[in-house]
Design a protein around this ligand. Sequence first.
Ligand code: OOG
Ligand code: MG
Length: 261
Amino acid sequence: MSREDVVRLCERVEGAQTRAYAIPKLTDEYPNMTIGDGYAVQLELRKRFLAAGHKQVGWKAGLTSKAKMIQMGVNVPSIGFLTDRMSRPESSAISTSDLVHPRVECEVAFVMKKTLQGPGCNAADVLAATDYVLPAVEIIDSRFSGFKFDLPSVVADNGSSARFVGGGRARYAEDLDLRTLGVVMEKNGEIVTMGASAAVLGHPAEAIAMLVNILAELGENLPAGSFVMSGGITEAVAVKPGDSIVARFQELGSVSMRFVE
Ligand code: OOG
Ligand code: MG
């Protein structure tokens, strides 16, 4: 894909993200688009946001659970960047008027105390470099119409990243078994989905290792201080104004938020 095409697609995705409208999947127009092309568009988007004064706070792994891969019809994980503008406080009211198709998912987030560099990063390296873990809810927002998409398009759309809320209790990873944490998501007081953290590649630290190895392919490392989400444990649940969400995590407390116009 030419540099001109990358810039063109970046502008298309940026418009859809910042003005909250749906666009057709990018591969409709560029059927030969590769995952690498998707990352080129994502990099361009990251550069633009940083140039506009957004601060990068970390990264996210996506499509790391079978539930998500089946829901999205893809079979390889992906990564995306997170900025300060996407962060929302715990228990806050989150507007949906600047989102297209908001959906929520429960994730384990990691805060890093040491920089990690791939390739060859594994889960033990990740745990040794982790300061603490905390529960998070990601509000994803695929900008593609009719939820029709494929991996190159999702990667270009920064893995559907839109908002995220961290909260609950921060814990040292060594005090927990990160494979067996149960999570329950409640919407308006009723359980809508549940899962266990092993859904994420067997262990959420595996997802962070995978992310570090993908970053290495893109010529980047994972800096100390990064906030990193390891991927949805359950499928994502649609939300609309008026909905309130509570995500309860075994050992890590709960994260809540409500949605407004
Ligand atoms: C892609 C985002 C995937 C996750 O945690 O799996 C993701 C999408 O579902 O639109 O954030
Ligand atoms: Mg996610």
